[in-house]
Ligand binder design. Structure first.
Ligand code: MTE
Length: 325
């Protein structure tokens, strides 16, 4: 990425699993109307009012499934205050501080291109489409850090099934919102806006690829890519496009923003791979953010495919992953 901020990561509040579970139960109860007005202030995050619709009955916990890691979660505070979202600035702290201007309702996501039934969805359509599942995924950034985040969403394949991809569709392109009025970072030509990412169709259809609407049991905070983003856990974080407005099925490998900006550094595939160095640094190790140890957190060995090899390696059989990095 443009700058490596070797931060003095704050010794932030850790949200242990039990507290998170308690909070989620409270949100569910509140959504079910079990509490009266006094608690409204307790849930003062803007997110609450809008998350009640899925913080309740529709949340299906899949944390025991093959899809979730059992590793300690990164704290809510770190997950939501140490972000890459260049539309709001290139510094990790900026998205949380500057994304207040993002209007997340109404929001339309159009799914188009090589499909039988092009369609537009608003957030309520997306919430109704499939039960929200919670999945605990690692997110590994090229800059050498990672987090463990409880995401709420469902497989992107369920959305793609709605539009019926044509046989000629080979890739999926994701396009983020680009509105100068809402996104102050767009005045910096650090990337060719709008932010674009892409996956091969089979990658997009893999059950790990999540259409993500929330985290930690509540609607996505703006800095995390509200109201809707993609999460692709076996790839470097930049493949997980935030605040998307368009998904296009295409027959050619799409141009992606980071590849356009620095092709030697950011390939199309971007699978987490400890044996492929970034031209400016090694990718062999990572530091887990939000594990409570701040800058004293020891480096851990990075796993191929970010540890999701058993679910994804077969998609790359016979491919030279050094060439297609
Ligand atoms: N999506 C958009 N639209 N703009 C961005 O700058 N940054 C990417 C990705 N998605 C980015 C984006 C990068 S580099 C990373 S590491 C992840 O978002 C960070 O996600 P997080 O802030 O939720 O950890």
């Amino acid at each position: 990425m443009k700058r490596y901020v070797d931060t003095s990561i704050k010794q932030s509040e850790i949200t242990p699993r039990e507290i998170f579970e308690d909070r989620r139960q409270l949100i569910k109860n509140a959504a079910a109307g079990a509490f009266g007005l006094p608690l409204a202030t307790w849930f003062s995050r803007e997110a609450f009012a809008e998350t009640a619709s899925y913080g309740g009955a529709k949340l299906k916990t899949t944390t025991d499934s093959i899809y979730s890691t059992k590793e300690a979660l990164s704290s809510y505070k770190d997950v939501t205050s140490y972000n890459n979202f260049y539309e709001f600035g290139t510094d990790k702290a900026e998205p949380a501080l500057r994304s207040g201007t993002l209007q997340i309702r109404p929001w339309t996501l159009s799914v188009e291109g090589l499909v039988k039934k092009p369609m537009s969805f608003d957030i309520d359509d997306l919430l109704k489409l499939a039960p929200i599942e919670e999945r605990i995924y690692r997110l590994r950034c090229v800059e050498g850090w990672s987090m463990v985040i409880p995401w709420d969403g469902y497989p992107l394949s369920r959305l793609l099934a709605q539009v019926e991809p044509l046989g000629s569709a080979k890739f999926v392109e994701f396009v983020s919102l680009a509105d100068r009025k809402q996104m102050p970072g767009l005045s910096d030509p650090v990337l060719n806006w709008p932010y674009r990412e892409g996956l091969r169709l089979d990658e997009a259809m893999n059950p790990l690829t999540l259409l993500t609407l929330g985290l930690y049991g509540e609607q996505l905070p703006k800095q995390s890519g509200a109201p809707i983003r993609i999460v692709v856990p076996w790839k470097y974080g930049f493949k997980s496009a935030k605040s998307i407005v368009k998904i296009r099925l295409v027959d050619q490998q799409p141009v992606t923003s980071w590849n356009q900006a620095a092709a030697r550094e950011y390939g199309f595939y971007s699978n987490v791979n400890p044996s492929v160095d970034h031209p400016r640094w090694s990718q062999a190790n990572e530091r887990r953010i939000g594990d409570g140890r701040g800058i004293f957190s020891p480096k851990i060995k990075t796993e191929i495919f970010n540890g999701y090899g058993s679910q994804v390696a077969s998609m790359y059989t016979g491919m030279d992953l050094k060439k297609y990095f």
